[in-house]
Design a protein around this ligand. Sequence first.
Ligand SMILES: Nc1ncnc2c1ncn2[C@@H]1O[C@H](COP(=O)(O)OP(=O)(O)OP(=O)(O)O)[C@@H](O)[C@H]1O
Ligand SMILES: [Mg+2]
Length: 327
Amino acid sequence: MSALAASHAADLLARMRGKRVLVVGDVMLDEWVWGAVSRISPEAPVPVVAVGDHSFTLGGAGNVANNLVAIGANVSFAAAVGDDPEGRRVLDLLDALGVERSGVIVTGDRPTTRKTRIVAHNQQVVRADWESVEPLAASDRARASALVAKLARGHDAVVLSDYAKGFFSRDVVEAANAAHVVTADPKPKNMALFAGVTCVAPNAHEAAEASGVAIKDDASLERAGAALLERLDTRYVVVTRGERGMALFGARGERLNVPSVARTVFDVSGAGDTVVAVLTLALAADAPVEEAVRLANFAAGAVVEKLGTATATPREIVELMEHAGDG
Ligand SMILES: Nc1ncnc2c1ncn2[C@@H]1O[C@H](COP(=O)(O)OP(=O)(O)OP(=O)(O)O)[C@@H](O)[C@H]1O
Ligand SMILES: [Mg+2]
């Protein structure tokens, strides 16, 4: 498998539609305050933003759900929110997206993770975060892992989306491992929790930190990938490398390096969520892993070409492939 033709990718994307995927992880509420600055505050040397618009979007694990829905997957969600208006807004956004959310627990002792960005003239002025990074209370951890265990069985795949906000424990990962395909996008300090999943997909910085190998060239990349494969006992490690593309390491000696494919880069944030979403769906559709990696790389390319919304549709992915050749 040296390349992935656009026509073949279209067939694969069609097979991915309707796959049942459970997203588990650290959900966030992204709050956006949009406005214009016309003066400096008399109270302090800061701009005064006259608010013109105010909106909310799903972030963190929620953005993985956005990406899965954009491809046409049937998505369920398991996470923890606080007993607060932001938590209720997260549930409403999941409902609006058509995501089944019986796996979301409401906790009494922590706030919903919320990131508020104030943006003036398309430039971020400041960001404020509300969050707890403490682990879930023992009783909440038990509720969460029981729900994940129950839900995982009815799904074709599970995505574990970790932003190190405290949702993950070994119990939750073991519950998820009941599914046929389990992929994880872990933060380095939690990497060991994800042992035994099908595939982990850290970025190069995270892979270096978790493996203890500074990634400087092809040889050190290979050492880092091999170390993670062995340490985590996963079938695959996929390292995303920003503008350098992606690298695959398989436990049976599979190796693949694909260069990035974006024509123009507008907004790279969230591309990692796109990668894990597409990779998971392709593996759930029984695609060979090399095809799954190539398709995820094109999907990420389509996403970084866009300003704002960080999802790619099957049509956008195929269009980029047709434009770029068969990569
Ligand atoms: N500057 C870029 N140019 C081209 N492609 C890019 C660029 N940045 C990211 N990509 C594509 O997106 C993929 C994932 O990006 P990256 O490695 O930055 O993940 P990440 O750090 O987890 O991102 P995030 O955490 O913001 O979602 C890359 O493998 C590549 O295909
Ligand atoms: Mg990432």
